[in-house]
Design a protein around this ligand. Structure first.
Ligand code: 5RP
Length: 225
């Protein structure tokens, strides 16, 4: 296991301490969440009574593998807590997410939770968002036109590919990865991109994280909003 994976495991396991009996919990996506879900499965086996709402098909598979009970929004309107990883976190706890292509469901789940906690290793902490390519989920129809409009904001959108074909999200859409490099005003950029026809959602998570847990070597720093 790499040092980064060990750090992801550390922070992924530590966040489970915040999950209490009876909670409805949003389960994010990504490798850090894998460790969280595995640990949560151990707690469920010990008697913890919770239900999770998964943000991706992969997360749902992990939950089933580790014995974490699942529910969905047809039965639950509000979640007590959502937990997820991130690709970048700035000093104001604004985020870029969507490296795994699950940003829409991740945002719906985070927005429906009373609290949203983010778990990262320290490599994700940045001064400015944008070094990581910003993922933007778009409708497949006319995606070239949407990409052209996005490029007016100062980037060159690239369609995400998997095995030579466009990557298809769990919602049946495409992802454009956009090289903004330095996003000086994340909220403004998110709002402007969101107003474009064809854009389903951006990977900018603005004013959503209440707590960010940062794994560093052998310890976890907790930053509260
Ligand atoms: C998926 C995400 C992930 O949370 C993000 O990519 C972090 O992943 P990892 O924990 O593997 O570093 O936003 O859409």
């Amino acid at each position: 296991m790499t040092k980064t994976d060990k750090t992801k495991q550390l922070v992924g396991e530590e966040v489970v301490d915040y999950i209490k009996d009876g909670m409805k919990v949003g389960l994010g996506s990504g490798s850090t969440m894998y460790y969280m879900i595995k640990k949560l499965g151990d707690r469920v086996k010990e008697g913890l009574d919770i239900e999770g709402v998964p943000t991706s098909n992969t997360t749902a598979e992990w939950a089933k593998e580790f014995g974490v009970p699942l529910t969905d929004f047809s039965k639950v309107q509000e979640l007590d807590l959502a937990i997820d990883g991130a690709d970048e976190v700035d000093p104001n706890l604004q985020l870029i997410k969507g490296g795994g292509g699950a940003l829409v469901r991740e945002k719906i789940v985070a927005a429906s939770a009373k609290s949203f906690y983010v778990i990262v290793d320290e490599s994700k902490m940045v001064t400015y968002l944008g070094n990581f390519l910003l993922p933007i989920e778009v409708l497949p129809f006319g995606w070239e036109v949407t990409a052209n409009k996005i490029s007016d904001f100062g980037c060159e959108p690239k369609i995400r590919k998997s095995k030579g074909e466009p990557f298809i999200t769990d919602n049946g859409n495409y992802i454009l990865d956009c090289n903004f490099e330095k996003i000086a005003e994340p909220k403004k950029l998110h709002e402007e991109l969101k107003s474009l026809v064809g854009v389903v959602e951006t990977g900018l998570f603005i004013n959503m994280a209440r707590k960010v847990m940062v794994g560093k070597d052998e310890k976890v720093d907790v930053i509260d909003q």
